[in-house]
Design a protein around this ligand. Structure first.
Ligand SMILES: *Cc1c(COP(=O)(O)O)cnc(C)c1O
Length: 371
């Protein structure tokens, strides 16, 4: 019996450790832990529960906030994209969600729809990302309109987003900060600027609230960076097993399209993981995997359910051996580089076929033993 494979093993101690790293990096800021997209694939409710010590949670959509409230979360929850129609506004206010306002239609909605009490609000300003937010020129008027439409003790917060904070050599971040700073000062609002790259790389951008996502899950936001270089620990380990070991002759072609040709007679293993599980289809020949703790390289194309691996360096490899695709012992950033993508997409992309288990549960211990 191989047990259910593949598995995404979630280490919640690592998640809490990474939150502590955020506090160390941004000691004067409050922390809005970003858990959108099913907690970057780690499980929305699971990570919300483990991150109880954060000062707030942030999600992208109203529906995600409602899911958290339905599950009993009483934390402050910020909806980063705000609401788009009357129904969402009423629901968000009823569930006590903080709302971000990034465009005039959202402001008009708040002015027109009768709600039982004013929500806590954030104004999103475009300081150069050019995705969401009011122009810097329009921001002061929009802020006044928002404060008027949502009267309360707490004035609205002010939010902006950095476009290229993961490139420490790009002066653009400083330009964004320089154009946003005076506005924030003038309005005297609580400000929130930094994603993970801002937290780790731009102390001058920390402000009153930081908004880390990726670093909480134990991955580096910087090109060429590694979590361990920031003291972060991987939260998700994607694992499976070797389900076949075959020997091929020199010149034999491996898998769809025969893109890998055996340079000599060699053993090739098959691992039960593929793009149907969220393993990236564009991972190239050479992408590392860990087989019973030792490195081997992917060969040929990734299939829906399987990948093939070069076992020349691992003559002792056997059917049933545990395989790590990323996580503990194999940096996810490395896999992302081989697949021309980013760690975010890998953890978010785990499909429902993968069994998600928590590291503390007995399942993992027995799995190690090969049961
Ligand atoms: C997703 C998101 C974040 C978190 O970004 P990371 O790079 O994962 O730290 C922060 N702010 C906004 C507005 C986001 O959409």
């Amino acid at each position: 019996m191989l047990g259910q494979i593949p598995q995404a093993v979630i280490n919640l101690d690592a998640l809490r450790h990474n939150l502590a790293c955020v506090r160390t990096a941004a000691p004067r800021s409050r922390v809005m832990a970003v858990i959108k997209a099913n907690g970057y694939g780690h499980g929305l409710l699971r990570v919300a529960t483990a991150l109880r010590d954060a000062d707030a949670l942030a999600v992208a959509r109203v529906g995600e906030g409602v899911q958290l409230r339905d599950a009993g979360s009483r934390m402050r929850i910020v909806v980063l994209e705000g609401c788009f129609d009357e129904r969402e506004l009423v629901e968000a206010v009823g569930r006590n969600l903080d709302l971000v306002f990034h465009q005039p239609d959202q402001l008009r909605l708040l002015q027109l729809v009768r709600v039982p009490h004013a929500p806590r609000c954030w104004l999103k300003v475009d300081s150069g990302m050019h995705r969401l937010g009011f122009d810097l020129d329009a921001a002061a008027d929009a802020y006044a309109a928002l404060a008027h439409a949502a009267p309360g003790e707490r004035q609205p917060g002010l939010m902006t987003h950095l476009a290229n904070a993961d490139d420490l050599a790009d002066p653009y971040t400083r330009e964004q900060l320089a154009s946003f700073g005076p506005l924030a000062k003038r309005l005297g609002a609580a400000v929130s600027i930094s994603n993970s790259a801002g937290v780790l790389g731009w102390p001058e951008a920390h402000g009153d609230w930081v908004r880390p996502g990726l670093m909480l899950y134990g991955a580096s936001p910087f090109a060429g960076g590694r979590a361990a270089g920031h003291g972060l620990r991987p939260v998700m380990t994607l694992r499976s097993r070797l389900i076949a070991v075959n020997r091929y002759r020199q010149g034999d072609r491996i898998g769809y399209g025969g893109t890998y040709v055996c340079p000599e007679a060699m053993p090739v293993g098959v691992v039960a993981v593929g793009y149907g599980d969220g393993y990236p289809r564009h991972a190239r020949s050479g992408t590392p995997v860990l087989i019973a703790g030792r490195r081997a390289a992917l060969v040929g194309r990734v299939s829906m359910d399987m990948i093939s691996v070069d076992l020349r360096g691992l003559p002792g490899a056997r059917v049933g051996d545990p395989v790590v695709l990323w996580g503990e012992g194999l940096p996810i950033e490395e896999i992302a580089e081989w697949a021309d993508t980013i760690p975010y997409q890998l953890t978010c992309g785990i499909t429902p076929r993968v069994a998600v288990v928590e590291a503390a549960s007995g399942a993992v211990a027995s799995w190690e033993g090969g049961g």
